[in-house]
Design a protein around this ligand. Structure first.
Ligand SMILES: Nc1nc2c(ncn2[C@@H]2O[C@H](COP(=O)(O)OP(=O)(O)OP(=O)(O)O)[C@@H](O)[C@H]2O)c(=O)[nH]1
Length: 370
């Protein structure tokens, strides 16, 4: 009896502390501009309050479970469609109004689907199709929408919304036999993880090329041993290229060059250093080994005919036939490489590689210098 009371007290503390976890998640995700996660946590927090404490609206909600379920799907779908914006701003205010509208739409949907399913059932449609209308149709629509958004945006926040929709749906069908306190603790902890990973990748990844950024290079430099080579890579005459084809095509070329550079072997790690410059670090590789590999990459890029899409420069005929004008371009790169010596740290080795790059440019470009 005493042990039971002891555990009941522990469970009660655990349930109470979940409110704290909700508040932390809301503040944390708002601070890192993950408004969809912040709103979802706030709504789930409110839901948890409703089922735990006897709020004025709790009895109504228990009597209208279908509304609660459909509203949950619509909220996730809506949050998956909008951009992450500041929570404590005018955008946050509009979003709260639109989230309220989801509740109204859920109510309208249940009312309409009731009438429609009565019609379907009265007209002897096979297998009482009408019964699937109120819950299953919104569930499948939102899951499909969030699947598409997850793939098209590659956003972890949208994946979190998809997972939440599925959990919400599974709970409705009683496929999860866990108390809400446990389900919500797992969900909210997962949201924190999503915000941390997303924010980390924002800070350490270059948005245009998807390569690790200069900050990530700095981070790596702290964990490198004493033996490594560093190379600086620069696209030749990129200014002229930009002037001739425009900045947008320049961006496409930067992306394509970046993706070719990632084909580097011998353990080379590629970073976007800034502008049209990249850095490749070869941990535990000699100068000769690195140079050989860089020579291979240089040739690979020089021989690479890049197909560029230029929707702005379409001819009239191409526009009427909805064709894009693809053109093939090619660029070359110059590379400077240096091996770390006893007396140099990472920054100094990088400087030597930069001087070697200058040499490569001076000696006609499209080559690897040491
Ligand atoms: N499209 C695009 N251009 C960029 C980006 N970052 C830097 N650039 C351009 O890269 C060009 C770099 O020019 P420069 O440093 O003069 O060098 P370069 O023309 O490549 O000449 P060399 O290095 O001497 O062969 C500038 O025109 C920049 O505007 C970017 O993110 N996108």
């Amino acid at each position: 009896m005493e042990t039971q009371q002891y555990w009941l007290a522990k469970i009660s503390i655990f349930e109470q502390s979940l409110y704290g976890l909700f508040i932390i998640t809301i503040l944390f995700s708002s601070y890192f501009s993950h408004s969809s996660i912040a709103f979802l946590s706030a709504i789930l927090g409110l839901f948890y309050l409703t089922i735990n404490a006897n709020m004025a609206w709790s009895p109504w909600l228990f009597d209208n479970k279908n509304w609660l379920v459909v509203n949950g799907f619509l909220v996730c779908g809506f949050l998956g469609l909008i951009k992450d914006r500041g929570v404590f701003s005018i955008h946050g205010f509009y979003r709260i109004i639109l989230l309220g509208l989801c509740g109204f739409i859920a109510y309208l949907w249940l009312f309409t689907s009731d009438v429609f399913s009565m019609y379907l059932n009265a007209n002897q449609y096979p297998e009482n199709w009408g019964t699937y209308l109120p819950i299953e149709v919104p569930l499948f629509s939102v899951v499909l929408l969030l699947l598409w958004r997850s793939i098209s945006t590659a956003s972890l926040s949208v994946v979190a919304l998809l997972v939440s929709t599925l959990v919400w749906g599974f709970e409705h069908y009683q496929l999860i036999n866990l108390p809400w306190s446990i389900i919500l603790t797992i969900l909210v902890s997962y949201y924190i993880l999503v915000v941390v990973i997303d924010s980390y990748s924002l800070a350490y990844r270059d948005e245009l090329t998807g390569l690790p950024s200069r900050r990530a290079l700095k981070q790596l430099s702290l964990s490198l041993g004493n033996s490594y080579s560093v190379s600086m890579v620069d696209i030749d005459h990129f200014k002229k290229f930009n002037d001739k084809y425009g900045h947008d095509i320049g961006d496409q070329v930067l992306k394509l060059v970046a993706s070719k550079l990632t084909e580097v072997k011998k353990g080379g790690k590629v970073f976007r250093y800034g502008g049209e410059e990249f850095t490749i670090v070869f941990p535990r590789k000699s100068l000769e080994q690195s140079k050989q590999e860089l020579e291979r990459i240089r040739k690979l890029i020089a021989n690479y005919k890049m197909v560029i899409r230029d929707p702005k420069r379409q001819t009239k005929d191409e526009r009427t036939h909805n064709k894009t004008s693809n053109k093939k371009v090619s660029v070359t790169i110059s590379i400077g490489v240096a091996k770390r010596t006893q007396k140099q740290d990472f920054e100094q080795t990088l400087k030597v590689a930069d001087q070697a790059l200058y040499k490569a440019k001076k000696s006609g470009r499209n080559n690897v210098s040491t």
